[in-house]
Design a protein around this ligand. Structure first.
Ligand code: C5P
Length: 335
């Protein structure tokens, strides 16, 4: 039976497509702007502290979510500190479950900066596609989802494609050594595992509750801010912050990277709400092509035979995975 629904729009365009196109642009920009922020700086100045950048990004997301929440609650005459606190911590016990993805995302967001430090943007992005694989595996394990044979094949292809890109060795690197590349690869691999687990966990909590996306994201940001401030800024970088300040080494590119990460987080949430995780995978694949082209011009990045073959396999695998969509991933169905 077909159920007709009116699609939400922004300035007349379906929000689903607005959020996806924005994700493509944001994802391409993220890897490049992050790389620029780490590499293109005045060597006489200290590098900015990643811990502070991650905290700032969570803070911006939290501010946006609070503003949207306040607007929505004010519209129905329900806005008060009491209802805010009840919504955040009192209505159900699900808020406690949000601490898990919050901490996972906190670590993942830090690792992204480590990865772009040691890998060129294009290699980072192709390797980061491994999160499709980890998300699928965690969906099978935690959500008891089953995957068709084609999906498994496309996941194996994806892994091969990423391996081919890695075999490319020094040819595609922008001047980083073997050990540093290994560090970058380790960072991106762990980030993929955390991304998969955090995403599936978030999905599981959302499906089982009625709370709005912005409320859940407020909880996510708040619970990421706590370890971000305590472990990141205070414990890891406390001395540096005391000596040279919280915003040491900040440039326009740092603010660009922070904004990109913040906007990205909000778009990921919207894409999951108005489109689905599969389409999200497509959007990020498209952004690989965009950032490879941009890396070619901006970072002296040479498109080699192996890189081209490997990325094509990754893109085809993503396409195959999306085409045989069981569409069970529209996680907002339960909201
Ligand atoms: O897709 P991926 O795992 O890379 O997206 C993760 C990014 O999106 C992280 O930066 C995370 O903090 C952010 N995010 C968010 N809100 C969500 C889901 C993810 O801010 N609901």
């Amino acid at each position: 039976m077909t159920v007709l629904r009116t699609e939400p729009t922004l300035w007349g365009f379906p929000l689903k497509w607005v959020s996806l196109v924005t994700l493509v642009v944001q994802n391409s920009a993220l890897a490049l702007v992050m790389s620029y922020s780490r590499h293109k700086r005045d060597p006489s100045q200290p590098a900015y502290l990643v811990s502070t950048a991650v905290v700032m990004s969570e803070f911006i997301k939290l501010a946006v979510c609070v503003a949207v929440y306040a607007r929505d609650e004010a519209a129905i005459g329900r806005l008060s500190m009491q209802t805010f606190l009840t919504d955040m911590f009192g209505r159900d016990s699900h808020w406690k479950k949000m601490t898990v993805p919050a901490v996972l995302y906190f670590v993942q967001n830090n690792l992204q900066y480590v990865a772009v430090q040691y890998l060129d943007p294009a290699t980072f992005q192709v390797t980061y596609q491994m999160k499709i694989l980890t998300t699928a595996l965690f969906s099978v394990m935690l959500l008891n989802r089953t995957l068709s044979r084609t999906k498994w094949i496309s996941l194996i292809m994806l892994t091969f494609g990423i391996a081919i890109v890695q075999m490319d060795g020094k040819k595609t690197e922008s001047g980083v050594g073997g050990m540093e590349k290994l560090l970058g690869l380790a960072a991106v691999t762990v980030a993929c595992i955390l991304s998969g687990l955090a995403g599936v966990w978030f999905e599981k909590v959302l499906k089982g509750t009625q709370a709005s996306l912005f409320l859940r994201n407020m909880q996510l940001c708040l619970f990421s801010l706590i370890p971000g401030l305590f472990f990141g800024v205070f414990m890891m970088d406390g001395t540096a912050v005391q000596e040279d300040g919280f915003f040491q080494g900040y440039t326009a590119w740092t603010w660009g990277a922070i904004l990109c990460q913040a906007i990205g987080g909000l778009i990921v949430a919207l894409v999951v709400k108005y489109a689905d995780n599969i389409l999200k995978g497509f959007a990020t694949s498209l952004s690989i092509i965009l950032s490879s082209i941009a890396s070619f011009f901006l970072f002296d990045f040479r498109l080699t035979f192996l890189f081209t073959i490997g990325s094509s396999v990754v893109l085809y695998a993503t396409h195959l995975y999306g085409r045989h969509c069981e569409c069970s991933s529209n996680i907002m169905n339960g909201m």
